[in-house]
Design a protein around this ligand. Structure first.
Ligand code: ZN
Ligand code: MN
Length: 146
């Protein structure tokens, strides 16, 4: 079970270990990533950080995201034709459920995935490293709007 302090602490500890400078802006970015369930994009994070730290630049956000990605502390979801989204709560590979209308992204609870991965590994002899599994649909709220 992951909770907010442990994700924040883990990101912060790793950045410190790697010798990265910890600025108040960077702490704010870590906090947003550790707490957000919504898979924010860089611009979303930038808008939030800017309210407390008006001098923050989008470059700082991108740089911090790149660093966190390189040390495995954030999961980057890339989309062709749309901006990337980030998951700092769950940095390891996991499936996503994406609304094509409002672009909401949620983490579905798929218990059958472990079984599927084990089967795939044994059938192919591959040692699995990661996966990318996206489901696209229209969320209940968007369905109601018609
Ligand atoms: Zn939607
Ligand atoms: Mn996720």
């Amino acid at each position: 079970m992951q909770n907010i302090p442990s994700r924040f602490d883990s990101m912060l500890r790793k950045l410190r270990e790697m010798g990265y400078r910890i600025t108040p802006q960077r702490l704010a970015i870590l906090k947003i990533l550790a707490e957000s369930k919504g898979h924010p994009g860089a611009e979303d994070i930038y808008a939030l950080v800017k309210t407390d730290f008006p001098t923050t630049t989008i470059a700082t956000v991108y740089k911090t995201l790149a660093v966190l990605k390189s040390i495995g502390e954030v999961l980057e979801l890339e989309f062709s034709g749309d901006y990337n989204r980030y998951d700092g709560k769950k940095p390891d590979s996991h499936p996503h459920l994406i609304c094509i209308k409002c672009k909401r992204i949620v983490d579905p609870d798929l218990t059958s995935l472990d079984e599927m991965a084990a089967k795939l590994a044994s059938q192919t002899g591959y040692k699995l490293i990661s996966h990318r599994l996206d489901f696209y649909g229209i969320c209940p709220e968007c369905q109601q709007k018609g």
